[in-house]
Structures are given as structure tokens and as C-alpha cells.
Design a binder for this molecule. Sequence first.
Ligand code: CA
Length: 233
Amino acid sequence: MRVLLVEDEPDLGRAIKRTLNREKYIVDLVLDGVEAWHYLDNWTQYTLAIFDWLLPGMSGIELCQRLRQQHNSLPVLILTAKDRMEDKVTGLDAGADDYLVKPFGMAELLARLRALQRRVPQIQPQQLQVGNLTLDYQTHTVCAQDSLGTQQVIVLTAKEFQLLEYFLQHPNQIVTSDQIRNQLWEVNAESVSNVVAAQIRLLRRKLAQSGSDRSIETVHGIGYRFNSTHVSQ
Ligand code: CA
């Protein structure tokens, strides 16, 4: 789940990002509205967006209006210190889905984001099941069913969970390291070489230990492929 967070107060932006990272969201934190629009234009894979109202360059309201003019229904939460009723109406009229007045608690922010996700079930299903693997978005767990029908929970880190989700969304397709990195690592993340390969090794080991017979295959010189059908070992 990738979130675009646009907040020009650096401390608040970093605090929100840390909180969301702990909840397994991938967060691109942007400080001004023009740059945010660039991200929105180039990244179509966001699950949610959080816009501060007052931003340098372009306001959160303008960002929202532009999205809706382009018939982009990305769920948007607006953050603002404004708490007058007419301001809320302006925000919602601009196409925002929800509205949170500063100062707010992180628990409330997370609850609002969960509510937004529930409103768009086509974007965020409750579960994703491919072969014998079931990924549960509510509990952030992954279960593998063995040949006897027993469910085994696989404990994954946040990044392993995101990686497995990506593979389950693209079963039997070849995906490149660059595609994975662009999708699952934050835009400004330090680029560590072989980070994708290293994470895939860890994920493979956990899948194998769980008895899952689905495998992530290396397609030499191109990338990786998750086989959704039984693979004989
Ligand atoms: Ca601001």
C-alpha cells in the first residue's frame, strides 16, 4: 500500500511517515504541492493520499481538484489547522474524501486511513489468495495451506509482506528488479544495490520453511516470476 504524503512541516511529515511505515505503508513524503503533482502524474499506484491544505507551490485543495478533473478517484485525506465549517465544506467540495483538523493524534489518523480503505474495496480487498497462499490485509498475516489442508501462518517483515503482495498481484508474470524497486521502495530511499535480490532470498526461505510449494523463480538476465501453480521440488 503506497501513500503520497504532502506536508510542508518537516517534523510533522516525518512523524506521520514513521507512524505509517510501522503500519506497513510505503510512504513518499513530499514537501510542496508542485512536486506532489509531479509524483501523482508519474505514479499511478498510490492507494491513498494525504494532503496538507496550505502548501508551497500548490495547495492540497488544488491537488485534489486537479485529481478529480482527471477523473482520478484516489482517496484523499486533507490535513489542516482550519476548523471552520465553511472550510470543511470547501475541502469536501474539492473532492477530498475526509478531513482531519490539526493537531490530531496518530491513532485517529490511522483510523481515518483504514476507513478510507474500507470505502474503496475495489482498490483494497480484504484478502488476496493465490494458490495455497492467503494474504490478509486486516491482520497483515500470510497463511500457507499445506497438502493436508492445515493453515500455517508465515511471519513476514513489512518489506517481505509488500514483496509477496506484489508477486501475488502478478502471478506467473516476469517482473524486473527495477519494477519491484520502483513499486516497493520509496522514491527517495537510498538505493542499495541488490536490495531486491536480498529481500527475495529472505522471502523464498520463509516460503520454503512454511512448506509452501509456490516458488519465486529467477529468470536470468530479466527478473523474477512467481509461480502460482504447484512446483515439484
Ligand atoms: Ca502547511
